[in-house]
Write a protein that binds this ligand. Sequence first.
Ligand code: HEM
Length: 448
Amino acid sequence: MFFFAGLEKENTHPLPPGSFGLPLIGETIDFLRDRNFSQRREQKYGNIFKTNILGRPTVVMTGPEANRFILDTHFDHFSWHDGWPKNFKELLGKSLFLQEGEEHQRNRRLLMPAFHGQALRSYFAIMVDTINRYLVKWSQMKYLTLLPEMKQMTFELASILLLGSKPGTKTTLLSQKFSKLTAGLFSLPIRLPFTTYTLALKARDFLLNYIEEEIREREKNPAQDALSLLIKTKDKEGDSLSLEEIKVQALLMLFAGHETTTSMLTSLCMALAQNPDILAQTKAEQEKLKQQGKLSNEQLKQIPYLEQVLKEVERLYPPIGGGFRGVVKPFTYNGYYVPQGWQALYRIERTHQDQRVYTNPLKFDPERFHPKRAEDKKMDYSLVGFGGGSRFCLGYAFAQMEMKIFASLLLRNYQWKLEPNQDLSLDALPSLHPRSGLKILMIKNSDG
Ligand code: HEM
């Protein structure tokens, strides 16, 4: 590639090792198809290599040091907005994902109260009711594919708690529209009638109109949901979000708020079913608490072993494999030069398998997070399933609460088994999941 060769000469440092692949498509097909794309290249080139994916020269950087460089110490060299593919920019609008600098900080500040403190505690009862309803339904179905069911549940929770939707038909319709929108995020952006992308744009418009109607309703009659809170939240300067801002931010929250949680909860059910000793220990912890009374906000703070298990699911089955950024200032890393205009990819999944940090990294072993071992504390930025630095996941506390409630109710009242003969190998898009969708048999305990 003569264009890059020119840049190479301008600097005393070489470009990272690696290959740009074929003209135009570069190594995109390999990247999308091969789950070991990074691993293979790391073995050949080390923890920084170049490639060309999704239409751009790209540097892939792996490990806690690289995460710290991108997410923290050299944060100003990277742009979020510039890192997202075009589809995301068009379908998710001017939401937090695509904002930078002061605008991003202002919006994040105004969104924060809906995901923390009192607001979060007020979501508890609805989370318990909704999750219980789904668990009963699944035990009545007995045999089910968990992934699509889980997606329906997490979407319903997000739309009830964030938008104040009523359970039932409306959330089913919203969920269908959302699936169309999500399909468009990972499709070719071809605007012909009935292409996946055109259907996604239509679904986006439908959802934005729906959210606008809900906002107008909340302005007249405030309710106990994040939308009402977003309407009335003002920062210290008395600043608040406009109608257009709330619309796109709410759409983003629905997207970010259910896809990833679906993935992690499905992996949790898979990992526990595959590890009977660990399952028994999580059940014992819940049995002890159950004797003290019904699940409560307070009890959620008293489940250290489940917290270890959730960290281990985050480590071994991170829903998002990595994060893209645009390179807005050139830099040198590990002796290699990376020009402005490239994109950078930090690798969550590969970091979590770093043998310098994690002993026997392919083993599902929640004990590694026991305070006595605390493997993730050896190096900063070695557990990054929710990102890191100033763009750390906004919904972390919301997701943790939802996952702890789900796991507690499941462990206290139900048994589940994996069906034989299913393909449990993992697919990465739209977020990590077993290919079979996880076929299970589920039974309610007689005393549940
Ligand atoms: C298991 C569940 C979840 C996982 C694993 C997860 C993971 C992540 C990751 C890795 C990032 C950073 C991506 C990057 O650096 O490129 C992120 C950012 C974000 N997440 Fe989550 N997330 C989860 C749940 C949620 C929920 C429930 C919400 C909202 C209700 C949410 C909203 C966001 C937002 C708005 C950002 C962007 C923050 C910013 O730019 O300031 N996430 N999440």
